[in-house]
Every structure is written in structure tokens, then in C-alpha cells.
Design a protein around this ligand. Structure first.
Ligand code: FES
Ligand SMILES: [Fe+2]
Length: 443
């Protein structure tokens, strides 16, 4: 039975949530409709479909979609379904369909924007209401598609805020990622990692700003990095980024956490930009940006020192190490994470090498760090399936968050503000208050 809005709202308190939000398949199904059926979701980057006919497949919630570049260079996002019998038109992944889609089942064809092109043996349709111009015979486009500096998002709702309004304050993270290129452009490069997690999708979003777990969950990789640094008498970049998780609690307390409407937010970076300036790669990057924008602006760009940004429902861009971890719910207890790494066009090669090193050492499936997180997420999932209690605590520094016009800021960097903010948005989406409001406007 579908829970009422009152029942859903009762699952979220100011400082705690009911564990069923992670374990109940009915709620998961509702999330697919009420969050993923409404929010703007990152589909992919334009650089993944460079030429007409190039495509990249992904999912918006439980919907298989194709991002494809058209003959007119326009990027479309279409449901991956043939209108004949429903076959998925392209296999999951990336590729090119050439000049048009051709269904692998009975060879109906479609233009790159999804419009019906032809069906074999036309005589069989004579006397029927088959009409190539009727929408029933074309592929269906996702309701709204928009792109911000090459990042393509789509919303399955025909109404609601535009992309920029929806993103609010976190749009500055996309800006900063692009601004790190002397020509203001980035491209997906170096291949993609995928990690299947045995846990609900929301746990990962919460962890992205969970500063209290770092020195505990990642103790083994911190110890290994420190041991190795001692053995070789220096702390190279590869070890430094593992060592960062071992900072004491008072270090984390000083970081700023920003929370925006719709569940978005970011946390300040772990690595000191002052230290980065003493570093050879950072210095070369600074020189390159200084030539393009002037030293003052270059300093501002590289000085915007953010760690994970959360774009709720889409994933997490990392501006300093140029990646986007795309988070895809698969089932109530299964999540797929795709890690895209970006090259800043025109920046020194060493900057991209560093992004790859960060992805390899920290986030890849075989890294020294991310498997720690994946393990604790699965433990949360399994623990929450037991009868050992009902509620999940988000009490840390509750009641101290400082409200801002577009969200809130933490008083302390170990605050559970990001989780509280994400669940406040979750409640709004799931009780359809946002959707109802927008529908009323539309009417
Ligand atoms: S299912 Fe696509 S042509 Fe038949
Ligand atoms: Fe972690």
C-alpha cells in the first residue's frame, strides 16, 4: 500500500530518520516517481557525445535513457525504448548509432532526435492507422533537457524550476570545475570506473559530508600511508591524499559545511591551498591560469578549495580533483556509482594526471580508501534489516545550523547538517509538496 503524505512525513524528524527510508521497497519505488520523476538529474557530459550519432546511456531513477548528439549538434535525452515492441534501442554503454537509430528487433528506424523514420515492408501497414508522424511511433524524449557549461541534466517533469534555479548555490562548483581550464571547458577523459554498492543510494550522499567517519573508517589506509611515508622519508601526493583522512577531530570541526535547498551542498576541502601553492603541479596550473585570466583571478579560482559537492539525486562533483561521481539507485539495497574524471582543456597534463591519481588511489573499486566506505554502507544496510532499533540519529549539532536565504551553514564541520538538509528535501519531494505547488502554478 502506498503510504500517505502524513505517514511519509512522520519518518523524518528534525534530528533523526526512520530506518525504513533505507530498506522499504515501496518507499524506493516512490522515490523513483517523486524524486527522480521530478528533479533535474545529471545525465552526462557533452564531451561524451562529441559527434552526431554518438550516444551515452544512463538511468534517471529507474528509467533507462540515452543521451545522443543530433545531426544539428543538439543533445537529446530519449527513453531507451522502441515504440514497436519496446526493445531497448541501444545496449548500455557508449557508442555511435551513425545517422539514425535502428532497432535490433524488427529494424524500425528513428532520427537522432527520436522521430520515426521508417519501418520495413510498408505494405503491411496499408489500411491501418500506422502514421510515422504520430508520436506513438516515435521514441519519447525526456520532458526537459538543459545543459550548463557542458553538463547535461534532464527532468522528467514538464513543470518545475529551471535547471539553474534547481541547482542553486552548488552551480558554483560546476563553474569552478570549468574555470580550472584556461579556456573554461572540461571533458570526460581517461575512462570510467563503476562501483556496485550493496546499500541504499542515500547512504552515499550522507557520507560525502560525513567528516566524523574519516579517521575511523579509513584508519587502515591512513596508517599505511603514514608508515610508507616514514619508510621513504617523504610524503608524496599519492600518500598525502590518503593521509588527509587521519586529521584529528578539531581539524574537521573547523571546516565549513554548506547546505542548499533541494538537498544540495558542499564541504570545504581537506587540503590546504597554501600547501598546494608550494607544489609543482599546482604552481604550473596557477601559471597557466594566470596567463589566461590574470594572477588575481587565477588565485580566486584555485583558492576555491572545495571537497565533495552534493548535487542531490545526481551525484558528487569534486572540483579540485576534477571528477564527478554519478550515483544511480538500482534497488532499495543496490547502488551503482560511476566515476567520471575530467580533463581541463588547455591545462598542463600533470593536472589531469593528478586527477587520475586521485581517482585511482581514493575512489576506484580497487583503491585503498573507497572500499572502506563501501563496506560500512553495506553494514548499515544489513544492520538496518535487523530488529535492533528503528531510528537513525542525525543529532550532531542539531539546532545550531545557521539559516541562510538559500539554505544553511554549519557552526561546526562535524555537524550532521548535510544529512538533516538532505532529508528535509527528501520529505518535500516525497510528500509531493514541491510537485503539488508547481502543478498548481502550471494550472
Ligand atoms: S521492437 Fe523495435 S522494431 Fe520491433
Ligand atoms: Fe570515506
Amino acid at each position: 500500500m502506498i503510504p500517505t503524505n502524513e505517514q511519509i512525513a512522520a519518518l523524518i524528524r528534525e534530528d533523526s530518520v526512520h530506518k525504513s527510508v533505507y530498506t522499504d521497497p515501496t518507499l524506493f519505488k516512490l522515490e523513483m516517481e517523486r524524486i527522480y520523476g521530478y528533479a533535474w538529474i545529471y545525465v552526462g557530459h557533452e564531451s561524451q557525445v562529441k559527434n552526431p550519432g554518438d550516444y551515452h546511456t544512463t538511468r534517471i531513477g529507474d528509467q533507462d535513457v540515452i543521451m545522443v548528439r543530433g545531426a544539428n549538434q543538439q543533445v537529446s535525452v530519449l527513453y531507451n525504448r522502441c515504440p514497436h515492441k519496446g526493445a531497448k534501442l541501444v545496449a548500455d554503454g557508449d557508442g555511435s548509432v551513425g545517422k539514425f537509430f535502428r532497432c535490433p528487433y524488427h529494424a524500425w528506424t528513428f532520427k537522432l532526435d527520436g522521430q520515426h523514420l521508417s519501418a520495413p515492408l510498408k505494405s503491411g501497414f496499408e489500411g491501418t492507422c500506422y502514421d510515422p508522424k504520430h508520436p506513438d511511433f516515435s521514441m519519447v524524449s525526456v520532458a526537459r533537457v538543459d545543459s550548463y557549461r557542458g553538463f547535461v541534466f534532464a527532468s522528467q517533469a514538464a513543470f518545475g524550476p529551471d535547471l539553474k534555479t534547481f541547482l542553486g548555490g552548488v552551480i558554483t562548483s560546476i563553474d569552478n570545475l570549468c574555470d580550472r581550464s584556461p579556456v573554461g571547458e572540461v571533458e570526460v577523459a581517461g575512462g570510467i570506473f563503476r562501483v556496485q554498492q550493496r546499500s541504499n543510494w542515500k547512504v552515499f550522499y550522507e557520507n560525502l559530508h560525513d567528516t566524523m567517519h574519516a579517521r575511523v573508517t579509513h584508519e587502515s589506509s591512513v596508517d599505511a600511508a603514514r608508515g610508507q611515508a616514514e619508510a621513504i622519508g617523504e610524503m608524496p601526493f599519492e600518500l598525502l591524499i590518503m593521509d588527509g583522512n587521519g586529521e584529528p577531530y578539531d581539524f574537521w570541526e573547523k571546516l565549513e559545511l554548506r547546505a542548499y535547498h533541494n538537498g544540495h551542498g558542499y564541504m570545504e576541502a581537506i587540503f590546504d591551498p597554501g600547501a598546494a601553492e608550494r607544489d609543482e603541479v599546482a604552481r604550473a596550473h596557477f601559471e597557466c591560469l594566470s596567463q589566461a585570466y590574470g594572477a588575481q583571478r587565477a588565485k580566486e579560482i584555485l583558492g576555491m578549495n572545495r571537497h565533495n559537492t552534493v548535487i542531490y539525486g545526481s551525484g558528487s562533483p569534486h572540483t579540485v580533483f576534477m571528477q564527478f561521481r554519478v550515483i544511480r539507485p538500482i534497488a532499495v539495497d543496490q547502488t551503482m556509482v560511476e566515476i567520471q574524471t575530467f580533463r581541463c582543456k588547455g591545462a598542463p597534463d600533470a593536472v589531469f594526471d593528478r586527477a587520475l591519481t586521485y581517482a585511482n588511489v581514493i575512489n576506484s573499486p580497487s583503491s585503498n580508501v573507497m572500499p572502506d566506505d563501501v563496506e560500512v554502507y553495506a553494514r548499515c544496510q544489513e544492520g538496518n534489516m535487523t530488529r535492533g532499533g528503528e531510528w537513525i540519529s542525525m543529532h550532531r549539532y542539531a539546532g545550531t545550523d545557521k539559516a541562510l536565504e538559500d539554505g544553511a551553514v554549519s557552526t561546526n564541520g562535524t555537524s550532521e547538517l548535510p544529512m538533516r538538509n538532505q532529508f528535509a528535501a527528501w520529505k518535500q519531494f516525497m510528500t509531493a509538496t514541491l510537485i503539488a505547488k508547481e502543478s498548481t502554478h502550471a494550472a
